[in-house]
Design a protein around this ligand. Sequence first.
Ligand code: LLP
Length: 421
Amino acid sequence: MDHFIYRDGALFAEDVAISEIAAAVGTPFYVYSTATLLRHFRAFDEALEGMEHLVCYAMKANSNQAVLRTLAQAGAGMDVVSEGEYRRARAAGVPGERIVFSGVGKTAGEIRVALEGGIRQFNVESEPEMQVLSDVAAQMGMVAPITVRVNPDVDAKTHAKIATGKSENKFGIPIARAREVYAMAAALPGVEVIGIDVHIGSQLTDLAPFELAYRKVAELTEQLRADGHSITRLDLGGGLGIPYETGNAAPPLPSDYGAMVARTLGHLGCEIEIEPGRLIAGNAGLMVSRVIYVKEGEDREFLILDGAMNDLIRPAMYEAHHDIIPVIEAAPGTEKTPYDIVGPVCESGDTFAKGRDMVPLAAGDLVAFRSAGAYGAVMSSEYNSRPLIPEVLVHGDQFAVIRARPTFDEMINRDTIPEWL
Ligand code: LLP
């Protein structure tokens, strides 16, 4: 559930009319709802009640400072995957002891920054990385708390580009080799094993692959304990999917997920960490865009919007579906008509939807892309020299620009011309 609803035929974000924001900041723009962000965070937090736990928001989904601060103030930790994300989390006020560091390619420099600034744990993904981590920590006179990310070879049944738990994926250590790798960790001076990490993919709409992976983690926990390791924390990754398409079956809820976690892992007495990104931010955001032209093709009509693939890449990159709704509702009973909905970028991949049934729209009308709060703004670019679009946060009847649209000069002046030119 989210807080984007029609009131008297006009789309609102909480208590603010979308058209009011459009008038103030121009289009296209992203808008996020504070109440929805908090609602989703709390759904996870409550789902794990009864087990010691920390919800570490996967900030790759949406790393705006205001979004991070909103969640951090509610008690969220953060899952970071780069020095940039680590610095963003700290800048938003997240203490190091609530930050976990994931990712297959952490550099010695990034490890140093996190050790200096404070870190809850590193999720180690390979033996060479563990060696570097131990060396850096030992040089600093520190011992780094670690989990090892295991690859359970489970099919997450999601889009191939976002599945991470099969043996052919670059992530984690094959679970069959885990005991060997934990033995190596125990012998290194700069790391201390505290637990196990697993993440099998994103936009999972079924609990079965999670459960399969978590059963393997439960078994491994017992084996590692028998080998003499102290396993007190299990990081279960993120990945629970969201409903993108009205009318499709809704994925399981955080409460269903929490019950499954308790059932498969609760008996181990470990602290549970999860790293949800999409489910917290996805349906807490819209991308709002304006129709520039309605163009008659030979056999179809194109809605040409001012938003494009550089602003929201998911349809072009993953064939992702986003519901697209009018900001001003049509009269009840208005007949729908199919449109190809496209942006102005100069490639055919700049297509948001083909043959999408919509109420008739005209140049100047506003439309909103739903489920755009996660992997939207963070994946945008300035392709075709289109400045990054602004982000707006709504809180009740207030709204604020939380990242301004750069001017054309700001965009152009980031380039420098060498003196020989
Ligand atoms: N933890 C780790 C280690 C991850 O790699 C990811 C996502 C998450 C947590 C959060 O997963 P979530 O709860 O958001 O599913 N750009 C793609 C999604 C990429 C996900 C990458 N890893 C998209 O737009 O669908």
